[in-house]
Design a protein around this ligand. Sequence first.
Ligand code: RUQ
Ligand code: CUA
Length: 670
Amino acid sequence: MKNLNFKYRLLFLVTLVFMMASCKPKNANNTISGDAAGKVYVAPGKYDEFYNFVSGGFSGQMSAYGLPSGRLLRVIPVFSVDPEKGYGFSEETKPMLNTSHGFVPWDDLHHVQLSKSNGDYDGKWLFGNANNTPRVARIDLKTFRTAEIIELPNSAGNHSSPFLTENTEYVVAGTRFSVPPDDVNGDVPINTYKKNFKGTLSFISVKKEDGKMELAFQIECPGFNFDLSRAGKGVSHGWFFFSCYNTEQASTLLEVNASQKDKDFILAVNWKKAEEYLKAGKGKKKSVRYAHNTYNEKTHTATSEIKTEVIVLDSKILKDICYFIPCPKSPHGCDVSPTGEYIVGSGKLAAIIPVFGFNKMLKTIQAKDFIGSFEGIPVLKYESVLYGEVKKPGLGPLHTEFDNKGNAYTSFFVSSEVVKWNIKDLKVLDRVPTYYSVGHLTVAGGDTKNPNGKYLVAYNKITKDRYLPTGPELSQSAQLYDISGDKMQLILDFPTIGEPHYAQIAPADLIKNNSTKFYKLDENKHKYASIGEGATKVVREGKVVHVYMTAIRSHFSPDNIEGIRLGDDVYFHITNLEQDWDVPHGFGIKGAANAELLIMPGETQTLKWTPDRVGMVPIYCTDFCSALHQEMQGYVRVSPAGSNVPLSYSLGTNIPKVEGEERSERKNKQ
Ligand code: RUQ
Ligand code: CUA
């Protein structure tokens, strides 16, 4: 019997996969109408109306696009090294990628979240999750740079993250993989999952003034896969909702074994209550190891600290912080309406979309209308929490966002479409194809209290036939829809960097005027800064040489260096003396084992270089900075170990000698 069941499930899944292929809309080319071009046209020299911040998936980065044009504005390095910007290669940025495992140069970034005040975007910060080595990053929207990264202990696969409460009180992160907690021996048989594996939810507090993150507390939950999450808002402020799958607690062949049950759960967490327990000392201190990395804009340097403690609340003992809401078939998205009253679960394998009522949930809890419990957590009665079901919405619902007119938009992976439905009467109003197999979607302000509702972007998993072929892999694809009318209208395809997962859209006005134009030189507190060419020098400390260098259009100072020896480690500390917007200088050196530096105006950055041979090594500026950019170059002379060539450096005084002429007295500073 069991075996038969297994075969059926497998058949079901195989059918799904086939359906996926056959559900692709035909006539992909005929669906754009004539006025689409006008709607996305942003004239040369004009700005876009919105920023679109897009996760880069396995590129580990984020990117910023303009909408409606779809122009790529910037790739923001977050969890992966970026040789273009020297991120993860300069001495200053290396600590940003430090973890309890050491330096980790890559990750998989799935979700972005703009910071919120009062349930609306405030334009200050952007958060991103690392799905592999669990971390949360904060990007500063003044500089479009990663300002802070915090690692998460007791976690693996930080997927349901980094979702925010309505005033950015917390960034919340649920573990995708349940694992044995860090403070117990994880060397156990995998098939002891039910006994030894735990799911952990992390609550990271965010300081209002400067965004500084701290791991405030964790909640230990049963060993499931926590998939996505959303905070309550408005009426449901103080609660958080997490979708969970694999409530079967399988550890192998999950595609079958985690699809057994008719219903999995949405976990509702009363985080205000959890805070009370925390204050009352109900948490347990656990010993863990996690990195907390911060970039300081004044020293232009990141520091990494390893922390060793976290407070854990136990959901089994603290009875009234966690409740399970049954949700059909492997819920993925778990989204909350603008008023906070409705919670939408999206079961990947479900044929309906259940919409839960927050007030109904409270009543169900009050009436103790439970159908049982799971590892001490009450399971609420589905029918009692349910507001209603959206019938025949499509196949494979994943994610839902909202507009300003009481409508919801759900992405359907299997039937490859976006479906618009009304939140009150749950009637389907419109559907449009996506090309193809949409994953996440985002509506401008679609997760806030006041959505904008002008545009929707679908982020697709399959691109087949949408762009010019580029070998075995095609560009990742996003599609822009105008949703201002009754009918949704596809108006633009645009490629993205990496695989896009979640993204958000914010009005450009919220962000653009706060943008940093350059760093002030007189505020530069870098240990090795040279404020002015007069401060440049080369200093030997045993086998370590520090080069205090400056860059300005169009030369480095110094640009001739001699007396470097094989066996030295040379640190080029380069201060960009420019005090003007958009004048970075680059720095490349032949044979370097890392990348270039790209130094912003007023900033100091350091490249470590270990010469591997005797000879003449050119350096040059990599960023076309002026008409004489190509002249922005110099030489470093490398002599054998033990050589007695004196250390010297100069700018403009090391004049070439005529053949046979006596070596003239060098005017170089020694
Ligand atoms: S996921 S396609 Cu990694 Cu957010 Cu839903
Ligand atoms: Cu500096 Cu090119």
